[in-house]
Ligand binder design. Structure first.
Ligand SMILES: [Zn+2]
Length: 455
């Protein structure tokens, strides 16, 4: 007998952030995929505080693709609001999520005070979420009712997973975010396999990254220029993956004698803590990285690297002579220590701001990327005379061809592709390409849209 499931897109439609999807078995189980924060969108303001538009207590399982905040940020609120099910992710995802969620409590409390609203969640909510959070490795089959579920390596950040759901005679895959493979630290994104339905990210659906050699040359050039100008190079970076990749790259460039000796300040306690998690989950690393580690090498350490934990130390970076490189969060300059450095150094034309990650619409990072001559940081207008450069080659996401090739791998079985987690232009570009070149039905769903799928 033909079975049916209902798929509803509650978040991550028309925007990169806020991933939240639900698959319902009529009169049966309710499975949720990711429960992320909406970040930086002008339309949102306080939307993360809104009630969930469904019965939270009816959700039986939440599968978490990876530990980025736009995929996990509302989990503590979900638990607070009555979720009584189980949360399941890979072990590194749980560890990184714990760090990131606990770390965000302070920021949320400050924001709440400023806005006169209650904080999104507190420590108790995070602890309750962790107490119902179980883990499964890649390819460990979970049998849940009539569902069979496995995680596959998405190659995006440490522990990142696609979730493959088999039900009746068919399969649906939720990609989470897909990595920019090959990368030196992580294993390659696995093939899509043979699903019938695909809910896939489309962050860079309409854009290409530089070639790998090109990204390294760009980084080399900007470091040499910083050295020659006695300037400051600021790199806003996400604490997970981008920072580790940059440290790994700088390490390699120093060993090969490609860059002059510029001190590097890793001004992020969170990134320092996340880096330690990489050592704990060695089996999730690429072979090359694993070999270096077992050979006794520290993947992310090199001379001239200063790890800055205390905020007093962070404040003293300004006294250190230029040239210097500062890597700090947040990746979109909407908070964190990078904002203090930007206030100090953006007004000077000898300095450079290097953007290596995605800058969501509405964030200061996006304003800077778009070439603004001034930017508002912590309620203050700051003139921008420093150079602002973007290197997309260090992105943790596949670019337009990478995404297309990924879908093309499933052409024999795919009946329908849903492009999510992209701004409308990017999602629609991918949709059109999949329809025209692969002959597969594709669409960019709208917020709240429900689709009945045959299984
Ligand atoms: Zn991500």
């Amino acid at each position: 007998m033909e079975k049916k499931l209902e798929l509803t897109f509650y978040g991550g439609t028309g925007s990169v952030t806020g991933a939240n999807f639900i698959l319902r078995e009529p009169d049966g189980l309710t499975l949720m995929f990711d429960c992320g924060l909406t970040q930086g969108e002008v339309v949102c303001d306080n939307c993360n505080l809104d009630d969930f538009p469904y019965d939270v207590a009816a959700v039986d399982y939440l599968f978490v693709s990876h530990a980025h905040i736009d995929h996990i940020g509302r989990i503590p609120k979900l638990v607070h609001d009555g979720f009584r099910g189980k949360i399941i992710s890979t072990p590194p995802t749980k560890d990184i999520a714990e760090l990131l969620l606990i770390d965000s409590i302070g920021v949320l409390e400050k924001e709440a005070k400023r806005g006169g609203t209650p904080p999104l969640f507190g420590r108790e909510d995070v602890e309750r979420a962790l107490s119902v959070w179980e883990t499964a490795g890649y390819h460990e089959e979970l049998a849940i009712g009539e569902f069979k579920i496995i995680f596959k390596d998405a190659g995006h950040i440490l522990g990142s997973a696609m979730t493959e759901v088999s039900y009746g005679a068919k399969k649906i895959v939720f990609t989470g975010d897909l990595g920019n493979s090959p990368e030196p630290i992580l294993r390659d994104t696995e093939a899509v396999g043979h699903p019938n339905y695909l809910v896939m990210e489309s962050v860079y659906g309409d854009r290409a990254h530089e070639h790998r050699d090109e990204r390294r040359r760009l980084l080399e050039d900007v470091i040499s220029q910083t050295y020659n100008r006695k300037g400051v190079l600021m790199i806003p970076a996400f604490s997970v993956e981008r920072t580790q990749l940059l440290l790994h790259e700088l390490n390699a460039m120093i060993e090969e004698g490609l860059i002059p000796p510029v001190p590097v300040y890793l001004d992020s306690p969170l990134a320092i803590k996340v880096t330690a998690i990489y050592g704990k989950h060695k089996s999730y690393l690429a072979d090359e990285a694993l070999q270096s580690l077992t050979g006794g090498k520290d993947l992310f350490d090199f001379p001239w690297l200063h790890r800055v934990m205390q905020s007093e130390e962070s404040k003293r970076i300004i006294e250190k002579p230029a040239p210097k490189i500062i890597i700090a969060g947040s990746g979109m300059s909407n908070g964190g220590r990078i904002v203090h450095h930007e206030k100090a150094y953006l007004p000077d034309p000898n300095n450079t701001l290097l953007l290596v990650g995605y800058q969501a619409a509405g964030t200061p990072g996006r304003v800077l990327q778009d070439g603004a001559s001034e930017v508002e940081l912590m309620g203050e207008s700051v003139p921008v005379r420093a150079r602002v450069l973007t290197v997309s080659g260090y992105s943790a996401h596949r670019d337009k061809d990478g995404l297309f090739d990924f879908v093309a791998g499933g052409v024999d079985t795919l009946e329908q592709v849903y492009a999510v987690m992209g701004e409308p232009k990017a999602a629609l570009f991918l949709v059109q390409r999949v329809r025209d070149n692969l002959g597969i039905n594709a669409s960019a769903p709208e917020a709240g849209q429900t689709i009945v799928l045959d299984f």
